[in-house]
Write a protein that binds this ligand. Structure first.
Ligand SMILES: [Zn+2]
Length: 329
């Protein structure tokens, strides 16, 4: 790919109507569904926000077209607010103390190595679902060093995204990508099973998925936070995939630090103060993650990961029980 315009055209050629799966064309400055039957709402056109097509079936989404257009594609949750340099520095220091997912960085390398080994294309295509902000440990997906064609979407536009979409209706054809990366997203969708079915649909046969999923975490992103999973819950959610690996992304120490922070926030009636005191005084609690063995960590993790390969058969209910790797009762 030689230019930003070439890249935009390449991505647009892959995109499909999220309502009916038909191809899209530009009608003036709006992408329009080319469906033949004349009854797809997409034929009225989709908005473009911050220069990116917003391919969403708004009538069945938590997202609103009017709000999205009014906010020029900004996050419905994270509105950018001007903050001072001092506050930026404190925030950056707290983020550093909170640390990130150590396993994500290692797993990102494994994910990319496997893609390059298996792919039928010279440059395998990775779909990054919900990647408007670079995920912890996922930097190599975004910095151009991955040797893959990374296509990224989220529910809002950013410099990392190529288009805006709702993961319940991914606007891509069946079997069109080699890998899907989805980190800290599934708790924020109303119907995770449908989103995982969409991931399965857009992956080519034998394509791979890497997902990070919360277990013991307080509510974040306000109203846009719906679900949590145990390790066997994650396995059942991804039952249409063969397991390559799964495990702990963030351990019980990280979960404890998060709980301390939100408890302090409640005591002081301030999330900012809770984070400042909790992380400032108790940041070391997360290092307990390094001392807790895997079986115990799986049962009390802050976050879990699942690394799998698309399969044409689903595991059975008995298989999911047999997959348990925590502490036996
Ligand atoms: Zn359509």
């Amino acid at each position: 790919m030689t230019s930003a315009a070439d890249r935009r055209n390449w991505v647009f050629s892959m995109l499909r109507c999220p309502r009916c799966g038909s191809e899209l064309r530009w009608d003036g400055d709006r992408p329009v569904c080319c469906g033949e039957h004349g009854d797809c709402l997409g034929q009225q056109g989709y908005p473009v926000v911050a220069g990116q097509p917003a391919l969403i079936a708004f009538e069945r989404s938590v997202l609103s077209e009017a709000a999205m257009v009014a906010n020029a594609g900004d996050s419905p949750v994270r509105r950018s607010k001007p903050v001072g340099l001092m506050r930026d520095a404190v925030r950056a220091a707290l983020t550093r103390l909170e640390g990130g997912s150590r396993s994500a960085k290692i797993n990102c390398r494994r994910f990319l190595d496997r893609l390059k080994k298996d792919a039928s294309r010279a440059e395998p295509i990775v779909l990054n679902v919900g990647g408007a902000v670079v995920g912890s440990g996922a930097e190599s997906l975004h910095d151009g060093s991955s040797g893959t064609g990374v296509v990224c979407f989220d529910v809002y536009a950013s410099s990392e995204t190529d288009f805006v979409a709702d993961a319940h209706d991914i606007p891509l054809p069946d079997c069109s990508v080699d890998g899907v990366w989805i980190q800290a997203v599934l708790e924020h969708v109303l119907e995770p099973e449908r989103v995982v079915a969409e991931i399965h649909r857009v992956l080519r046969p034998g394509g791979i998925v890497y997902a990070e999923i919360p277990f013991l975490q307080a509510v974040h992103e306000g109203a846009y936070d719906f679900t949590r999973w145990t390790d066997t819950g994650v396995r059942w959610l991804f039952r249409g995939f063969e397991r390559i690996d799964s495990g702990v992304a963030l351990g019980p120490g990280s979960a404890l630090l998060w709980s301390i922070t939100v408890a302090l926030a409640g005591l002081f009636r301030s999330r900012k103060l809770g984070r400042l005191l909790g992380t400032g005084l108790f940041f070391w609690v997360r290092f307990l993650d390094r001392l807790i063995p895997r079986t115990f960590a799986i049962d009390a993790a802050c976050g879990l990961y699942f690394f799998g390969q698309k399969s044409d058969r689903s595991i059975s209910p008995k298989d999911v029980v047999a997959s348990f790797e925590g502490v036996p009762i």
